[in-house]
Design a protein around this ligand. Sequence first.
Ligand code: HEC
Ligand code: HEC
Length: 221
Amino acid sequence: MKSVNYTKRNKMNNLAVKLLLVLAVSCPVMASAQQYDKVVSGSQSLANKICATCHGAEGKGNPIVGAPRLAGIEPWYLRNQLHGFRADYRGREKDYTPAYEMQDSVARMSDQEIEDVVAYIATWQGTENAPTISADANRGSQLYLGCAACHGINAEGNEALAAPGLTGKDDWYLFRQLKLFQSGYRGGHPEDQTGQQMRAGMAAIESEQDIEDVLAYINSL
Ligand code: HEC
Ligand code: HEC
């Protein structure tokens, strides 16, 4: 009797183990597929209905509202900036409207929503916008020597230093950012460590002519 009971129980146990295995294998797959659908549609509508209203369809940029191109932006840099806007150290000066508006639109985003939007925006491609600045690229190449240590010889960016790539971005936007770094409107907050590094890194840039020349060189890369 004992042995029969034993084998019976054993068989049932086997069945239970098999069932558990089937469940264990299929459930996470089902759950993650559902989650994925939810994440993709949620981040898609957030990006297309909110971000794209200012940054243009597929993030191609919109100079009229001052919102730069997002297509092609590095996911890690995009994430850093969204956290910076949300934490209020980028765009905190309420008299500087463009960044304030941007900050307003990410203020209530959760960490997960930021991750989802970053993943979705990585799928935006699109062609680059035409340069708007023409200045002395030769002189700019000399000025750029001081930038290369962080942004790379070809301005390709350096994730380890949190310095983004600078090619393929809107030059009118970069011009404004360099002015903002100079004045401390960007990178002036004690919590904004990468912004502070950037401010220190551009100490050799003084005049608007310097800014235009260095951007003309970056445009040529
Ligand atoms: C109300 C208009 C508006 C909306 C909505 C908006 N942005 Fe912006 N965004 C801007 C403007 C304007 C700037 C430029 C800020 C500046 O000059 O510093 C900007 C800047 C940025 C930057 C900085 C780019 C860089 O190279 O550092 C990122 C990243 C960004 N936006 C992402 C987003 C994402 C993602 C969303 C959607 C969740 C979004 N924005 C929604 C207007 C907007
Ligand atoms: C010490 C390293 C360092 C040096 C040197 C440096 N940068 Fe940066 N730069 C950074 C970092 C880090 C960031 C990202 C700041 C942030 O997270 O907001 C940045 C951001 C920028 C941005 C903003 C990009 C955007 O999409 O908004 C521009 C433009 C820029 N740098 C141009 C320059 C130029 C031009 C020079 C040389 C004159 C230079 N940088 C020198 C580290 C540096």
